[in-house]
Design a protein around this ligand. Structure first.
Ligand SMILES: Nc1ncnc2c1ncn2[C@@H]1O[C@H](COP(=O)(O)OP(=O)(O)OP(=O)(O)O)[C@@H](O)[C@H]1O
Ligand SMILES: [Mg+2]
Length: 458
């Protein structure tokens, strides 16, 4: 009797889905503590049954594909992240912190999709009642006749409604509230979340319905994080941004139908998410003029150049251990650049407190921002503002050399468009940048030269 029970339950890490026969405190796979929960396994694998298909093997040349596969959400920023629009029959997982705006984004996208020709969208909310969803739709001024709302958490009931309604797209808000009645584990457990997603995947592939799945990212490990679903679904998007700021960034971490480098930028207003068409202008709008420690850097996100302001504040340290804080840039990269600055340019910054921040809540994680960070720190340390109208780009090596970056031409085009007068670029990029007439291009080889070029007094 005892051994039978042992076979029917397992412990799962609620963060990454790692399975174990015994309870363990520390997950050997993802390294998180106290994330294991005992779950009763289904008596038979419903997942395997769901995928029994009557398709036959065919030569690839005989398989027909429909033309014009992409379906627009009517939100350019959203389409960009999806790789140019939605693909019929795909499953898209959207993860994000609580309250970041996942439901808002998908309600707006559903409304747009349902307004397209022959569009019919079912929005299933397991978290809010239909009237609460209606209240939100009123606030967002959405009123499509073909947008259906259902407040339900039993997936079998939902699948039944879907087969009757036959929509082109379904939104599941959120996967952690859904359950299948045949399974004894509670909603949000790894078993439930996996089974529900597998069912939705089958629905999408067999009927060509687009399925959006909302998943909460949790820190405590009480609910299954969307990480366990990443390998099942076609596209994984993360909606991020500081809850206290207006801007939200939609990022791809996996996409079977497009690039994963693209980002979409939105602004959260009382009437919903508004697309930010020209992000550079927004991120630079409150830039202090003539203030030390502030520099404009040309970064590249996917296909699009974005200018951002990097700020640094360097002060004398009151304690033995100098403090370093970063927001929007990698902490370790900043520590490394401070060491390079001290050793190669002779600035005694190593013993100072240094704070580096990217304005507007955006994250920059490409090496082309290195030179900008160096210049911002040097400018604050020397208390000399960076010359006006200057944009900086370049990767910095450990010898203090400035290395060439990719997409230099696009970055400079964007700077020129926004009225910048001078661009400090790696010498290695100079050749490809001969044609620019309206903006002065200065090539640099070492960080010392770049600092001298940017921090001219007077
Ligand atoms: N009346 C309002 N005016 C302005 N902004 C609002 C208003 N109501 C909600 N918001 C914004 O919408 C956000 C919540 O959006 P939403 O419910 O779509 O997030 P969510 O990611 O789905 O959250 P949850 O994880 O709780 O489901 C709030 O954080 C707030 O910024
Ligand atoms: Mg929500």
């Amino acid at each position: 009797m005892k051994s039978e029970r042992k076979d029917r339950t397992k412990f799962f890490c609620q963060e990454c889905g790692y399975e174990s026969l015994k309870w363990i405190g520390h997950c050997p796979d993802c390294g998180k503590w106290n994330t294991f929960v005992e779950e009763v396994l289904p008596a038979h694998s419903t997942q395997a049954q769901a995928f029994i298909s009557y398709d036959k093997p065919k030569p690839i040349k005989d398989i027909e594909v429909q033309e014009n596969l992409r379906i627009s959400t009517n939100m350019e920023e959203f389409d960009r992240v999806l790789g140019g629009g939605l693909v019929a029959g795909s499953v898209i997982l959207i993860g994000g912190d609580p309250g970041i705006g996942k439901s808002t984004l998908l309600l707006q996208a559903s409304n747009n999709l349902s307004q397209s020709k022959d569009g019919l969208v079912l929005y299933v909310s397991g978290e809010e009642s239909s009237s609460q969803t209606k209240l939100r739709a009123e606030r967002l001024r959405l009123s499509s006749e073909n947008l259906y709302v259902l407040s339900e958490t039993n997936l079998d009931v939902i699948l039944d409604h879907i087969s009757k309604l036959n929509p082109n797209a379904v939104v599941i808000d959120s996967i952690q509230t859904m359950f299948r009645s045949g399974l004894s584990s509670s909603p949000g457990s790894i078993t439930q979340v996996r089974e529900c997603t597998a069912q939705l995947m089958y629905l999408a592939k067999s009927k060509g319905i687009i399925v959006f799945i909302i998943g909460h990212v949790t820190k405590e490990g009480n609910l299954a994080g969307p990480k366990v679903l990443e390998h099942i679904v076609d596209t994984v998007l993360y909606f991020e941004g500081d809850e206290h700021r207006l801007y939200r960034v939609l990022r791809t971490t996996k996409n079977r139908f497009g690039s994963t480098n693209e980002i979409g930028i939105f602004e959260m207003r009382s009437n919903g998410l508004v697309q930010v068409g020209n992000p550079s202008q927004v991120f630079l709008s409150e830039r202090p003029v003539g203030s030390p420690g502030s520099v404009v850097v040309a970064t590249q996100e996917g296909d699009r150049p974005i200018l951002v302001e990097v700020q640094a504040l360097v002060t004398g340290s009151n304690f033995g251990m100098p403090q370093r804080r970063t927001t929007g840039v990698d902490y370790n990269r900043v520590s490394l650049l401070i060491a390079v600055l001290e050793k190669r340019a002779g600035l005694q910054v190593g013993g100072c407190d240094a704070f580096v921040n990217v304005a507007g809540g955006i994250k920059v994680d490409e090496p082309a921002a290195d030179l900008g960070i160096i210049i911002a720190i040097a400018s604050s340390f020397k208390d000399i503002p960076v010359e006006q109208g200057v944009v900086v780009l370049g990767e910095v090596g450990l010898s203090g050399e400035v290395r060439a970056v990719n997409y230099a031409e696009r970055r400079i085009k964007e700077s020129e468009k926004l009225g910048f007068k001078k661009c400090i670029v790696p010498n290695g990029n100079l050749k490809e940048l001969q044609k620019f007439k309206g903006i002065e291009i200065v090539g640099v080889r070492m960080i010392q030269e770049s600092i001298a070029e940017c921090l001219k007094r007077g």
